[in-house]
Design a protein. Structure first.
Length: 454
């Protein structure tokens, strides 16, 4: 049993003072009691720690390497994609494990308690499977054993190069499987995560409508067996146009009509939706998996968060390309994009709750839903996914409640995250991951070699 005491905590009942949180040996919260005398580990502010709901670990090693303009005067997502394909051909399984461990460590230090890995790098360069079909999935699991983060592993089915069923190109060939081989890979990945603690989750990810096709989408999603289903949807104008031309409906329209999503679904990006699509998808119960920093970096567009939330939609936050892993940065970018588009302020606030309170609670609850993880609130029975803030910083001095949360998100940075627990595992202490030195050392060696080869 562990006990945490906080001067202020954002619990399922709202802001409370002098809160005692008891965590059982199983990693779940046993009790949450306000008005208690200090005992156990004492903290200033205790918050539910969100899940990082979408990311591709290996892309962290590309951070900062794709900011030059190519020969095309209008550089786009698609030119970035070509560079990404060239980069990934250099990666070995050992590289992927070391990169994933570093990414997960950074997520924890930023305040995330769980990692939802949208995992599509399956095979050797050239597309030949490893002798162990789930070799790369096992590397993600091995990284998770090093870091202790909560893992939702989403093996990705990627079959075609486009809606016309064309073969995968050279850069995509390491991703590809037909439905039968993907089912075998998924089974092996499901076996692999059994090595992790009980909070680990297996789901499935059909990559996108253009990459899986109409016929195999149902077959792929059935593998989830009630677990999370994630898919890229309506991220790019060219993607929307391709689906519309081939299937005579826009991606969101087609999905709602032919494979209606529900609460187990998380649709990633959704930056190219019409108002009608936004309203209808929000009411489906699915989560919108948003990655505002990556969406800005790639020029994807702006998710219509105001309309989405007005229609009861839930959001989750991810770091996608991992160019910058920052919980506060993602939440700021989400809100600021709404303000810039609409020339407004406090775009996502409500009369009852401040901007910071709305986006943080949404990220915590929606992230838990997207991860298939019983967390997202400080409440008895949930996993003890928690983060504590260091309120000795001058910006937070004397603040309480929503004002404190607003200041954390809009005026501070993740470096005031002092403690993080994932399912009760105390992994970040005094602002640093407990294995920071060894994980960083391994990552540095990988990066020296990769940058030399590129």
């Amino acid at each position: 049993m562990k006990v945490i005491w906080a001067k202020q905590a954002l619990t399922a009942r709202g802001w409370e003072s002098d809160v005692r949180v008891e965590i059982g040996v199983d990693g779940r919260i046993r009790s949450v009691s306000p008005g208690q005398t200090p005992e156990g580990l004492r903290t200033d502010i205790l918050l539910p720690a969100p899940a990082n709901a979408h990311g591709h670990a290996f892309q962290r090693a590309m951070a900062g390497l794709t900011e030059r303009r190519g020969p095309d005067p209008r550089d786009t997502f698609w030119t970035w994609r070509k560079l990404m394909f060239r980069f990934l051909d250099q990666l070995t399984p050992e590289d992927v494990q070391d990169i994933a461990a570093f990414v997960q460590m950074e997520m924890l230090e930023a305040g995330y308690a769980a990692n939802v890995e949208f995992h599509y790098l399956h095979h050797q360069p050239g597309g030949t499977p490893y002798s162990n079909l789930a070799e790369m999935s096992e590397r993600i699991v091995a990284a998770t054993e090093q870091t202790g983060i909560g893992l939702t592993l989403l093996p990705v089915h990627y079959q075609f190069g486009g809606c016309d069923g064309r073969p995968l190109g050279p850069g995509q060939i390491r991703f590809g499987n037909d439905p039968a081989r993907f089912a075998q890979l998924w089974d092996a990945a499901a076996d692999a995560i059994k090595a992790l603690p009980q909070d680990a989750v297996i789901g499935v990810a059909p990559h996108s409508l253009r990459a899986v096709g109409r016929d195999s989408l149902t077959q792929t999603t059935a593998l989830a067996q009630g677990g999370p289903i994630h898919m890229h949807l309506a991220e790019q104008v060219a993607e929307v146009e391709e689906v519309l031309a081939a299937w005579h409906l826009r991606p969101v329209e087609w999905l709602l009509k032919h494979a209606p999503p529900g609460p187990e679904w998380c649709l990633i990006h959704c930056t190219q939706m019409t108002p009608h699509e936004t309203e209808a998808l929000a009411r489906s119960g699915a989560v919108a998996g948003l990655c505002p920093i990556t969406e800005a970096n790639l020029g994807d567009g702006i998710f219509d968060g105001v309309r989405w939330m007005h229609n009861g939609g839930r959001i989750a936050i991810g770091s996608d390309s991992n160019i910058r892993i920052s919980l506060t940065g993602e939440l700021r970018q989400l809100e600021y994009s709404q303000r810039l588009r609409d020339r407004s302020r406090a775009a996502l606030a409500t009369p009852e709750k401040s901007t910071g309170r709305v986006v943080f609670e949404q990220a915590a609850a929606g992230g838990a839903q997207a991860a298939g993880r019983g967390a997202g609130q400080i409440v008895a029975g949930g996993w003890a996914d928690l983060l504590a803030l260091d309120c000795s910083v001058v910006d937070l001095d004397g603040l309480q409640g929503d004002t404190l949360l607003d200041t954390f998100i809009f005026a501070c940075d993740d470096n005031i995250v002092s403690q993080v627990w994932s399912a009760g595992r105390h992994l970040v202490q005094d602002g640093e991951h407990i294995r920071r030195n060894s994980i960083t050392r391994s990552y540095r060696k990988v990066m020296h070699r990769l940058r030399g080869e590129l």
